[in-house]
Design a protein around this ligand. Structure first.
Ligand code: HDE
Length: 730
C-alpha cells in the first residue's frame, strides 16, 4: 500500500494517532540511497568484512563516510538561548506608516513579508526543560525586499544590565556553577544572586523574571519586545525614537510554579510541542506588532534615559500603536538546518530603521557575528538557506570555509572597471541604507548619565502594578529562589535591596526564609571602585509613587477565547455518550482541543454502545498538560476511572492549579472523592461559589457548556489559590 511520509502529513506529535505514525516508508518517492558522492548503495546495514565473522575492512568507504559524518553532527550550542523552537510565517502591516518609517515592509500593506521566528529559553542547555523559570527569547527574521531585518528580542521589555561589558559576568553568574555544572536551567543558586545583589541595576528585570511571565503557558501566549530604543527614519529623513512590541492575540497566560516543575518532568518539550502541534493541526500563532514612538525633541522629558535598557516607557505614557500582524503557520522541515542554524543579529537592519547609542545594543552589534563564526564554522553562515536574504545579494566578499557561491568573473574588488563597475553602490534615494546622521559630541569616557542610577523606581512600578495573585507569585518565587541560596550574606543583601522595592514583600520573603530584612549592608558600596563608585542608589529611600501601569499586569490581558486550549475528559467504559459528545462539540466549535483520558488505551464503550477513541491512558496523562477537565456521567465509567487513584490526584491538581473543572451526572462523584471543597449541600458544605467549578448532577453537558467555556477563557480562577493551598495535598 502506498503510504505517505510523516513530513507530508504534517501530523502533530501528541495528538497523532498511532496508525498515522506507522505511515512511514523509508523510500517515499523512490529515491536511491547513495554516498555523499552519489554512488548508489546496495547494503547500508552490514559493514564490509573479511568473512562473515571476520574483521571490518578499512576499505569500506561507505562505513567510513557514514561514521565520520556522524562524528561531526553536533555544532557548539548557543552560549545563551541554546534551547529553542521555531516556525515560519509572514508579516503584514495594517496600513502605510510612511510618516514613521520608509521601511518597505512597514509601509506597504499589500506586502506579505516572510518571517522565521525562534523562541528560546536563555540559561539552559539545548536539552533542558521548556518550563525553566527564565526569560524567553523572541527572535524574528524578516526576509524583506530590502534585505534581512532581525528583531532579536525577549518576552520581557527590560534587560538585567545596562552595558554590554557586564554580559559575560552576568551570564557566568546565571549559568550552572563552573565547578560542578549545577544547577541546570535555573537561576536559584548562589552565583546568580551574588551578582544580582551586587548589581542593583538588575532588580527591575529580576521582578519580571520572578513574575508569572517567566513560566508561560505557551510561546503563543507571550509578549515580545525589542527592548532597546531604536530609531525610525522616514523618507524625508526625519528620525523618531521607537520601542518595538509583540502583542499575542490569545493574550498572555502562564502556569503556576508547581505546574512548571511538574511539566518539566512529564513533558520537558511542552512549549515546543505546543507550537509544533498547533501549526501541524492547521492552526496559527499570531501577534500584533506595536510601536511606541517618541519624537526626538522629547528625548529627555522622561525620568529615565531612553538609552537605558533597564527601563520601559510605560504604555500609559506613550501608547502602543498596533501597526501590523505576525502569523506563524508553517513548521520547519528540519530542526537542525533551520532552527539550529538560523543566525540572528540585531545589526541586520533595513532602510527606515536605525540604532541608538544604548550601550547594551552597541555591544550586541559586535557579539552576534562573532558567535556565529564559531557556532556555524566560518564567515559564510549567511549562505545557509535559512539565513539567506530573499532579495538579490552581491558583493566582493570571497572564499572562506564552506563557500556556497560560485562567483564568476575576474573582479572581486571595488572600485573596478574590469567587472564593469559591478556590483555598484547606490544612493539613498535608490534604496541604499545610510546611517542616520546622529550628532555626536562628548569626551571619551567610561560612564553613564545620572538617570541610569535609579534602579528602584521601575522595579517598584512593576510590582505595584501587579494584581494581588501576581504579587503573591513574585513573593513566592523569590522565597523559593533565595531558599536555594546557601550563603546567608547573599540572601541578606537581596533582602535589603528587595525592601527598597517593597518592604512588605521583602518582609514576607524574609519570614519564609526564617530571616529578617537587614537595616544596612555594610561594605557593599566599597566594592565598586570604578566610575560608578558612590553613585548607586541602593542606600537612598525610594520614592513611593501612586502611578501604576495596568498594561504591566497579566490580569488585564485578553481572556475571551478558548482557542487551542487542551481539555481533558476523564472517562471509562459505560460513559454517558451523549454528554461526552455534546461537551466535545461545544468546546471544539470554539477552537479547543479535547483529549479523552481513560483507564486503558484503545477505545472505551459508550452508554449507547458506541466506541469512543482514547487519546491517552491515565498512565500516560498528567493534569499539568491540560487547561481544564470535564468528567461526564455514567456510573460504570466513573467507577472505572476512580479505581485508579491517579484520577483523584488529577482532579486535585486541576483544582490546586486553579483550572476550570466541570462534571455532570455521576461525574460529580469523582469531585466528591477528591479533596476539592465543593459548594455541595450533600456534603453539608457551602463554600463561596467558585465560577470555575461547574457541576450539574441532574443535567447534561449542554446545560453547563457555556459556563465551562467562559471559565476556561478566564485561564485560571486565582481566587481559589489560598483555599487550594490549605486543602489540597501536593
Ligand atoms: Fe543576546 N545573544 N546578547 N540578547 N540574544 C545571543 O547569539 C548577547 C541580549 C537574544 O534564537 C547569542 O546567535 C550580548 C538582549 C535572543 O538564535 C549571542 C548581549 C536581548 C537570542 C548573544 C545580549 C537578547 C540571543 C547567542 C548583551 C533582547 C537568541 C547565540 C550585550 C533584546 C537568538 C547567538 C536565536 C542570542 C549575545 C543581550 C536577545 C552570544 C553580548 C538585551 C532572542 O551572540
Amino acid at each position: 500500500m502506498k503510504k505517505s511520509h510523516p513530513k507530508k502529513t504534517g501530523k502533530s506529535t501528541q495528538n497523532i494517532k498511532v496508525e498515522a505514525l506507522a505511515e512511514v516508508t523509508p523510500n517515499p518517492d523512490g529515491t536511491r540511497l547513495t554516498t555523499n558522492q552519489g554512488l548508489v548503495i546496495n547494503d547500508d546495514t552490514n559493514s564490509l568484512k573479511g568473512g562473515e565473522r571476520g574483521p571490518s575492512l578499512l576499505e569500506d568507504f561507505h562505513l567510513r563516510e557514514k561514521i565520520t559524518h556522524f562524528d561531526h553532527e553536533r555544532i557548539p550550542e548557543r552560549v545563551v538561548h541554546a534551547r529553542g523552537a521555531a516556525a515560519h510565517g509572514f508579516f503584514q502591516c495594517y496600513k502605510g506608516n510612511s510618516e514613521l518609517t520608509k521601511a518597505g515592509f512597514l509601509t506597504d500593506p499589500s506586502r506579505k513579508t516572510p518571517v522565521f521566528v525562534r523562541f528560546s529559553t536563555v540559561a539552559g542547555s539545548r536539552g533542558s526543560s521548556d518550563l525553566a523559570r527564565d526569560v524567553r527569547g523572541f527572535a524574528v527574521k524578516f526576509y524583506t525586499d530590502e534585505g534581512i531585518f532581525d528583531l532579536v528580542g525577549n518576552n520581557i521589555p527590560v534587560f538585567f544590565i545596562q552595558d554590554a561589558i557586564k554580559f559575560p559576568d552576568f551570564i557566568h553568574a546565571v549559568k550552572p556553577e563552573p565547578n560542578n555544572e549545577i544547577p541546570q536551567a535555573a537561576s536559584a543558586h548562589d552565583t546568580f544572586y551574588d551578582f544580582i545583589s551586587l548589581s542593583p541595576e538588575t532588580l527591575h528585570m529580576l521582578m519580571w523574571v520572578m513574575s508569572d511571565r517567566a513560566i508561560p503557558r505557551s510561546f503563543r501566549m507571550i509578549e515580545g519586545f525589542g527592548i532597546h530604543t531604536f530609531r525610525f527614519i522616514n523618507a524625508a529623513g526625519k528620525s523618531r525614537f521607537v520601542k518595538f512590541h509583540w502583542k499575542p492575540l490569545l493574550g498572555m497566560h502562564s502556569v503556576l510554579w508547581d505546574e512548571a516543575q511538574k511539566i518539566s518532568g512529564t513533558d520537558p518539550d511542552f512549549h515546543r510541542r505546543d507550537l509544533w502541534d498547533t501549526i501541524a493541526n492547521g492552526g496559527v500563532a499570531e501577534w500584533e506588532f506595536g510601536v511606541q514612538v517618541v519624537e526626538e525633541k522629547d528625548e529627555h522629558k522622561f525620568d529615565f534615559d531612553l538609552l537605558d535598557p533597564t527601563k520601559i516607557i510605560p504604555e500609559e505614557m506613550v501608547p502602543v500603536q498596533r501597526i501590523g500582524k505576525l502569523t506563524l503557520n508553517r513548521n520547519p522541515d528540519n530542526f537542525f538546518a533551520e532552527t539550529e542554524q538560523v543566525a540572528f543579529h540585531p545589526g541586520h537592519l533595513v532602510p527606515g530603521i536605525d540604532f541608538t547609542d544604548d550601550p547594551l545594543l552597541q555591544g550586541r552589534l559586535f557579539s552576534y557575528t562573532d558567535t556565529q563564526l564559531t557556532r556555524l564554522g566560518g564567515p559564510n553562515f549567511a549562505q545557509i538557506p535559512i539565513n539567506r536574504p530573499t532579495c538579490p545579494m552581491h558583493n566582493n566578499q570571497r572564499d572562506g570555509h564552506m563557500q556556497q557561491i560560485i562567483n564568476p568573473g575576474d573582479a572581486s574588488y571595488h572600485p573596478n572597471t574590469v567587472g564593469g563597475g559591478c556590483p555598484m553602490q547606490a544612493r539613498e534615494n535608490m534604496g541604499a541604507f545610510v546611517s542616520y546622521a546622529e550628532k555626536m559630541n562628548g569626551a571619551k569616557v567610561r560612564g553613564k548619565t545620572a538617570k541610569f542610577f535609579d534602579h528602584f523606581s521601575q522595579a517598584a512600578l512593576f510590582f505595584n502594578s501587579q494584581s494581588e495573585p501576581e504579587q503573591n507569585h513574585i513573593t513566592d518565587a523569590l522565597t523559593f529562589e533565595l531558599g536555594m541560596v546557601k550563603r546567608a550574606a547573599i540572601v541578606d543583601r537581596m533582602l535589603f535591596l528587595l525592601a527598597k522595592i517593597d518592604a512588605e514583600m521583602a518582609n514576607k520573603i524574609a519570614q519564609g526564609l526564617g530571616r529578617v530584612v537587614p537595616k544596612s549592608i555594610e561594605g557593599r558600596l566599597n566594592m565598586n571602585v570604578g566610575a560608578d563608585a558612590g553613585k548607586e542608589t541602593e542606600t537612598k529611600p525610594v520614592k513611593k509613587s501612586s502611578f501604576t501601569s495596568p498594561a504591566l499586569s497579566m490580569a488585564n490581558t485578553v481572556k475571551d477565547t478558548i482557542k487551542t486550549r487542551k481539555i481533558a475528559f476523564l472517562a471509562g467504559d459505560g460513559v454517558d455518550e451523549e454528554s461526552l459528545a455534546a461537551m466535545k462539540k461545544a468546546l471544539t466549535s470554539e477552537g479547543a482541543i479535547v483529549a479523552v483520558i481513560a483507564p486503558h488505551g484503545g477505545t472505551i464503550k459508550g452508554s449507547k454502545g458506541g466506541q469512543i477513541p482514547v487519546d491517552f491512558s491515565l498512565l500516560n496523562a498528567a493534569s499539568v498538560l491540560f487547561d481544564a477537565v470535564y468528567v461526564p456521567g455514567g456510573a460504570d465509567s466513573v467507577a472505572a476511572v476512580r479505581a485508579d487513584a491517579k484520577s483523584i490526584h488529577f482532579m486535585n491538581e486541576m483544582y490546586k492549579h486553579c483550572k476550570a473543572i466541570a462534571a455532570t451526572g455521576e461525574g460529580v462523584e469523582l469531585i466528591r472523592a477528591s479533596s476539592i471543597k465543593m459548594n455541595d449541600k450533600a456534603k453539608g458544605k457551602n463554600d463561596k461559589t467558585d465560577p470555575a467549578l461547574i457541576v450539574e448532577e441532574n443535567g447534561d453537558a449542554k446545560k453547563i457548556s457555556a459556563k465551562f467555556i467562559k471559565a476556561i477563557a478566564q485561564h485560571r480562577n486565582w481566587d481559589r489559590e489560598k483555599i487550594a493551598k490549605a486543602t489540597i495535598p501536593a
